[in-house]
Design a binder for this molecule. Structure first.
Ligand SMILES: Nc1ncnc2c1ncn2[C@@H]1O[C@H](COP(=O)(O)OP(=O)(O)OP(=O)(O)O)[C@@H](O)[C@H]1O
Ligand SMILES: [Mg+2]
Length: 411
């Protein structure tokens, strides 16, 4: 069993808060990925869980026991680092068996356990080799083996694949996922690679400047980002984010910007003319936009209508508009450049002052400079608070007519 709980943990280095008031609860058997850009505090947080760095504030619990002050060796957690940190003069067999020898286990037991682990990791034929005679992927597997041999309650891994080339990364990624399934142990895995996070995790903690931006399943953080930061970190290209205003027009709310009109499907009591209700950031994923030549565009078409209250917690002017029947949102601009990705194209368009990426099937048939209309179903748009960056959700009990920022960190 290993349930890992981090309670309001902070680590300061002088004036820098490497980790700033983070709380997480990792259930037994979970695969938690700590995801975020370089310097956001991933390694520091993992090392506090491991017992290699002590928190300035807060507590770390393993299976409900406070281990904040306990040394690493008493925590029943095994750590795998980015650098394989193998002993160059020892064979694969002795490298893997090292933690057991250090614990003075019986030779026969060590041999049996190393053979089991080598079998799991397909290293049986390499046991007599030294690390310099191994490929990067094989070395990485030996480093994994050294963690596995102890059968710890949980595995902590810090960017274990970052020294591997793209193909090996993909293969080893699958192996680690497989291993997690087979062992049923808790994994906490640090990466700045969103593909690793999306494919391996049962839950993802997105960190930004030491703070937890969002904790959720891969689907939740991708489909319902809690902040503009999360929206702009996930996806390739990431979500398009444009400054917009929420306005009331003819009794309904729209998000508008230069070249942009997104009907939110929310009724608003009529006022004279167009009234700004609040500044916002409008988010649209590149795969949710479709591109047409401006010449064909004509008037904006109806786009199905917005599902009525289908989003969880009535969350989103975008996902849960109460009135339905909103016309498609349009963005008008021109093509700036086209990237050929082989299977598809990314058209980078200029809309007002903003750059907007559109993912399209190849060949999309557009030329640079061409005037285009981008359409998106309103339920595929996201709104964020301009100041805090938090997701705006429709909270009828708070202000019946204007989407408000959701305050809590985790959704
Ligand atoms: N021992 C230290 N002394 C001073 N500052 C530190 C120390 N360790 C980390 N920091 C600072 O804390 C912040 C978080 O560092 P950390 O190594 O946790 O980031 P990270 O998310 O793992 O980044 P990367 O993806 O580059 O590995 C950084 O600003 C870093 O410079
Ligand atoms: Mg790191």
């Amino acid at each position: 069993m290993s349930r890992i709980t981090v309670e309001n943990v902070t680590r300061r280095y002088g004036d820098v808060r490497a980790v700033d008031g983070v709380s997480l609860d990792v259930a037994h058997g979970d695969f938690l990925v700590l995801l975020g850009p370089s310097g956001c505090g991933k390694s520091t947080l993992l090392r506090m869980i491991a017992g290699l760095v002590s928190p300035s504030d807060g507590r770390v619990l393993v299976d409900g026991n406070d281990v904040t002050e306990a040394p690493a060796r008493d925590r029943d957690l095994a750590m795998v680092f980015q650098s394989y940190a193998l002993y160059p003069h020892l064979t694969v067999e002795r490298n893997i068996g090292f933690p057991l020898r250090a614990r003075k286990q019986r030779k026969a037991d060590i041999r049996r356990r190393v053979a089991e682990v080598a079998d799991i990791l397909d290293l049986g034929a390499l046991l007599d080799r030294r690390p310099r005679a191994l490929s990067g992927g094989q070395r990485q597997r030996v480093a994994l083996g050294r963690a596995l041999v102890r059968d710890p309650g949980a595995f902590l891994m810090d960017e274990p694949l970052s020294n591997l080339d793209a193909q090996l990364r993909t293969a080893t990624r699958t192996e680690i996922t497989e291993l997690h399934r087979r062992l049923g142990r808790t994994f906490v895995y640090v990466t700045h690679d969103q593909v690793e996070a999306m494919t391996m995790a049962t839950s993802v903690a997105v960190l930004n400047r030491g703070r937890l931006e969002q904790l959720g399943t891969p689907t939740e953080v991708y489909d319902t980002p809690a902040s503009a930061f999360v929206a702009g970190f996930l996806g390739s290209p990431p979500m398009n984010l444009l400054d917009a205003e929420i306005v009331s027009r003819d009794g309904r709310l729209h998000a508008v910007a230069e070249g942009v009109d997104v009907p939110l499907g929310l009724d608003h009591p009529s006022h004279e003319g167009e009234q700004v209700r609040r500044p916002a950031i409008l988010g649209v994923r590149p795969e949710h936009l479709s591109l047409r030549p401006a010449a064909d565009a004509g008037p904006a078409p109806e786009a199905g209508g917005v599902p009525n209250g289908s989003a969880p917690n009535g969350s989103a002017p975008n996902g849960g508009a109460p009135n339905g029947g909103a016309p498609a949102a349009t963005l008008r601009g021109s093509v700036r450049s086209i990237e050929n990705l082989g299977s598809e194209e990314i058209a980078h368009c200029r809309v007002g002052a903003a750059e907007v990426a559109v993912r399209a099937r190849r060949p999309a048939g557009f030329t640079v400079g061409e005037a285009v209309v981008l359409t998106v179903r309103p339920e595929h748009t996201h709104l964020f608070d301009r100041e805090s960056g938090r997701r705006l959700v429709w909270q009828p009990d708070r202000d019946p007519q204007v989407p408000a920022a959701r305050v809590p960190v985790a959704t």
